[in-house]
Design a binder for this molecule. Structure first.
Ligand code: TNX
Length: 556
């Protein structure tokens, strides 16, 4: 490992020295040992080079791609090269490949996310099943460019080594969740995170928009949700005492809040679309609802006026399932949500919903009787089924945390397994689609080191890169059941993540390991991953990302 790292550092140094000697307006030489994360299906490297220049045309060959989508691919190329070339590429349409060009060709034999990337002395060829595949080829190109390039502003050319890559993802859902309710992150920060996702070929951003500690999405018909429900009076300092709040519990006494306008939401969804990332919004129901109940007290069982929650953990105050007004509210909210998010799935939460309030509520008791049930948990599945029907009539599908299985689930709801993989296994066995996101392998709010004293406060647990990498979402499932596992997701809960730099720290480098679980599941190999990581760390440095360095120690 050490030898590899030195060789790698050596080649960076040579590249940098070359630049120093020749000054600006020069050609940045190719790296000798480029590598990719996530691992492609095959990759071979040759001896020749091709020089990409500002005048190199991008040629869209044939007419196989969706016109709106392929523009995102040429924009992605410009995003990489314009800062160093000072100009955008000239984009041409042609029937056949051109020499000394970047050709982008549709090959309908390939899957929509699959691609081939060929660099030879005569040019670059990208062949892809769909524009998404071509986008991933560009992301690979971004990782394969000489690292010295990132220090440059004006260059006359960039050398790429001859290579031949074939690549396709194993899993179709490769997600990351960001909790913006416990702490709020700005549009610019969310966009930065989307760039990080794209670099790792992740294709789903799950946006946790509402919770006890704040409602973050503007809903035109219910303005108090963001006017009132997005702001808490103060925030707990330090670890949550787990319900034992007393005179020793300390708060910062600073009002804290934030929310997105619908225009901002649209902007983020569009930014994600251009990176082939689907945004799945989560509107929590029926638990984790204090942000909503504080805004409109009639949504709760007692009608009391609550404060937006100032501590973490689980809250007993949930939506009243007995009153029709609750459903009128949530359907109107979801009605606006489906207008903003074109995603196939809408996440309705469903996790950690205590039944204490329902058990004392006359309306909830009456509802239970009305549906001919005795177990209060059935109220949750009753509510979910109504939400699902509403979403279905709007052409959408419902997904929820694995608690939605408890009171019985419809055959069409998808399950996000977080309390281990059992919920996902059960869902798959029943023929329901599932996303695997078990807390023991996928919770990026957990510690990255056992030496907690030298780490920022985190939720708990210990999730090193090696454990993320070892995750097998197919464990315990036969061939037929595996079909129902859509993919994997890492979750960034933000109780103890107060600023965006720390989001990056919790994400990186663990996301690189998760990207291989999702993209390269059938070919992942930890030794090979470790050999490829130094280059990824150098890229993180070049991008200015804040990342955890525990793995670096193992590499030296
Ligand atoms: C459980 S995961 C929760 C979240 C917390 C998280 C902390 C899930 C569906 N619910 O509300 O933020 O644990 O790790």
């Amino acid at each position: 490992m050490k030898k590899n790292y030195l060789r790698f550092v050596g080649s960076c140094f040579c590249g940098a020295a070359f630049l120093l000697l020749t000054g600006c307006g020069t050609v940045v030489r190719s790296d000798k040992h480029p590598a990719l994360i996530p691992q492609p299906v095959t990759m071979s490297i040759g001896e020749q080079n091709f020089k990409i220049q500002p005048s190199t045309p991008v040629v869209l060959v044939g007419s196989g791609f969706d016109a709106g989508e392929i523009t995102c691919v040429t924009e992605a190329l410009d995003a990489i090269f314009e800062p160093v070339f000072g100009r955008k590429f000239e984009v041409r349409h042609a029937e056949t490949r051109a020499d000394r060009s970047i050709n982008i060709v549709c090959d309908s034999q390939l899957g929509r996310e699959a691609y081939r990337l060929k660099v030879g002395a005569s040019g670059v060829d990208i062949e892809a099943g769909g524009a998404a595949g071509a986008f991933y080829a560009v992301q690979s190109l971004r990782q394969l460019l000489p690292l010295a390039l990132w220090n440059e502003k004006q260059v006359a050319g960039v050398e790429l080594r001859e290579m031949n890559i074939e690549d396709a993802p194993v899993l179709s859902y490769r997600g990351v969740m960001l909790d913006v309710a416990r702490h709020f992150f700005t549009v610019e920060e969310v966009k930065d995170m989307l760039d990080i996702l794209a670099l790792h070929k992740m294709n789903t951003f799950h946006w946790h928009l509402t919770d006890d500690q704040g409602w973050r999405i503007e809903i035109k018909q219910y303005p108090r949700l963001t006017e009132f429900g997005s702001m808490r009076k103060r925030t707990l300092i330090g670890p949550d005492p787990g319900g034992h709040y007393d005179e020793n519990t300390r708060y910062d006494e600073n009002p804290y809040g934030g929310s997105y306008t619908q225009e901002q939401i649209r902007d983020v969804v569009e930014y994600a679309r251009k990176r082939f990332i689907t945004v799945i919004p989560e509107i929590e129901f029926p638990g984790h609802a204090v942000g909503a109940l504080a805004s409109y007290p009639w949504l709760g069982c007692t009608g009391e006026q609550y404060d937006v929650r100032q501590t973490w953990d689980i809250d007993d105050r949930v939506y009243c399932i007995g009153k029709e007004s609750t459903f009128e509210f949530i359907e109107k909210v979801l009605g606006e949500v489906v207008e903003l998010f074109p995603s196939e799935y809408i996440h309705i939460g469903g996790d950690e919903c205590p039944m204490k309030m329902w058990e004392k509520c006359p309306a909830c008791k009456a509802r239970l009787k009305q549906i001919g049930e005795t177990n209060f948990r059935r109220l949750q599945s009753y509510g979910n089924a109504r939400l699902e029907r509403f979403l279905n009539t709007h052409g959408r599908k419902m997904i929820g945390w694995d608690e939605i299985l408890e009171g019985g689930v419809t055959p069409t709801a998808a399950v996000m397994s977080w309390r281990g993989s059992a919920g996902g296994v059960k869902a798959a066995q029943m023929g329901n689609y599932a996303v695997m996101s078990p807390s023991d392998h996928c919770y990026f709010d957990h510690y990255q080191s056992e030496d907690r004293e030298h780490e920022p406060l985190a939720w708990g647990g210990f999730l090193p890169v090696s454990k993320v990498y070892a995750f097998n979402p197919y464990e315990g499932l036969n061939e037929r059941e595996r079909h129902f596992i859509m993919g994997v997701q890492a979750n960034v809960w933000s109780e103890y993540i107060a600023d965006y730099r720390q989001v990056q720290y919790m994400l990186l480098p663990r996301l690189s390991a998760m990207s291989e679980v999702g993209w390269s599941l059938d070919r992942k190999n930890y030794e090979s991953y470790l050999e490829r990581m130094p280059r990824m760390f150098a890229l993180y440095d070049a991008m200015g990302y804040n990342y955890a360095r525990h793995l670096l120690k193992d590499l030296q």
